[in-house]
Design a binder for this molecule. Structure first.
Ligand code: PQ2
Ligand code: NAD
Length: 216
C-alpha cells in the first residue's frame, strides 16, 4: 500500500496494548504516553526505561508472552515483538476484533503506521514514507526540526489563545475569519525569535479585537 489517510487520534484515557517491550516498543510507548493513553504492555521482558515507567505507575506491565484474548477492550494495538509469528497472531486477533493494529515489522500487515513526528507544543508535523524508508522519515524530521524551531510552541499557543477569545467575542463568522487572518499576518514569530514577544493580557486582546472590528 502506498497511499494512507493521515489522522491525529485522541488516545487520552484509552487503552492501547503494546505487545513486546524492546527498543521499538519503547519508542511507540513514549509517543502514546505523550498523548495520555492508558498503556498495557504484554512482554516477558522490558527495557530499563519501560521498567522505570512501570515502577512509576505510568504504564501497566503484564510480564508474560502474548496470549490470544489479551487485546480485549483495546482501542489501538501495537505488535512490536521480534517474532514474526507472534506479531502475525496479534494482527489476526486485532483484525477479527475490529481494532486498529500496527505491526512494527510490516507496513503491509499494519492497519496504521507510526509516523516520525516534530512536536512543538500543540503543533505536530507527522512524516511517513508509507513504509518505504523509516530512516528517511527520521532524517526529514531532523530537517524540519531546524526549520520549525522551539518558537513555534509559543506562536501556536498565542494563536490558540487569540482564536479562543475571537470565537468567544465575535459572533459573525465573516468577521472572525478576517480577524484570524490578520493574526497570522502579524510579526509574532519574529518577535518571539528576537525576544520581544510578551503574552497579551485579556484587556489587550479585547482592545485589539474591538479596534480591528471597527475597521471591518
Ligand atoms: C518513523 C518511525 C516512527 C516510530 O517507530 O516511532 C518508524 N520507524 C522509525 C525508525 C526506524 N525503523 C527502522 C530503522 C532502522 C533503519 C532501517 O531499517 O531503515 C529505524 C531508524 C532508527 O531506529 O533509528 C527499521 C524498520 N522499520 C520498519 C521495518 C519493517 C519493514 O519495513 O518491513 C524496519 C526494518 C526492521 C528490520 O529490518 O528488522 C517499519 C516501520 N517503521 C515505521 C516507523 C513505520 C513506517 C514509517 C514510514 O512510513 O516512514 C513502519 C512501517 C511500521 C511502524 O512501526 O509503524 C521511527 C523513526 C522515529 C524518529 O526518529 O523520528
Ligand atoms: N517499526 C520500527 O520502527 C522498527 C525499527 C527497528 C526494528 N523493527 C522490527 O521490530 C522488531 C523488534 O525490535 P526491537 O529492537 O524492539 O527488538 P527487541 O529484541 O529489543 O525486543 C523484542 C521484545 O519482544 C518481546 N517478546 C518476544 N516474544 C514475545 C511474545 N511472545 N509476547 C510478548 N512479547 C514478546 C521480548 O521480550 C522483547 O521485549 C525487530 O525484530 C524488527 O523486525 C521495527
Amino acid at each position: 500500500m502506498d497511499r494512507y489517510t493521515p489522522l491525529f487520534v485522541n488516545t487520552a484515557g484509552k487503552t492501547c496494548c503494546v505487545i513486546g517491550g524492546g527498543r521499538v516498543a519503547e519508542r511507540k510507548i513514549k509517543g502514546l504516553l505523550h498523548a495520555e493513553a492508558h498503556i498495557k504492555v504484554f512482554s516477558p521482558e522490558i527495557t530499563a526505561e519501560l521498567k522505570q515507567l512501570h515502577d512509576d505507575s505510568r504504564i501497566e506491565w503484564i510480564a508474560r508472552s502474548y496470549r490470544n484474548g489479551d487485546l480485549r477492550g483495546a482501542f489501538l494495538v501495537y505488535a512490536a515483538t521480534d517474532h514474526v509469528e507472534v506479531n502475525s497472531s496479534v494482527v489476526q486477533e486485532a483484525n477479527e476484533a475490529g481494532i486498529l493494529v500496527n505491526d512494527a515489522m510490516s507496513s503491509e500487515r499494519s492497519a496504521f503506521i507510526t509516523p516520525s513526528v516534530v512536536r512543538r507544543g500543540r503543533l505536530s508535523i507527522a512524516i511517513s514514507t508509507a513504509g518505504a524508508g523509516p530512516a528517511a522519515a527520521a532524517e526529514i524530521r531532523s530537517t524540519l526540526e531546524q526549520q520549525f524551531g522551539e518558537e513555534y510552541e509559543t506562536y501556536i499557543e498565542f494563536l490558540h489563545q487569540m482564536r479562543t477569545e475571537v470565537k468567544a467575542r465575535v459572533s459573525s463568522p465573516g468577521h472572525r475569519r478576517v480577524l484570524l487572518r490578520q493574526l497570522t499576518e502579524m510579526n509574532v514569530l519574529e518577535d518571539i525569535r528576537t525576544g520581544q514577544f510578551r503574552w497579551w493580557t485579556e484587556e489587550e486582546i479585547g482592545n485589539w479585537i474591538s479596534r480591528n472590528q471597527e475597521e471591518l
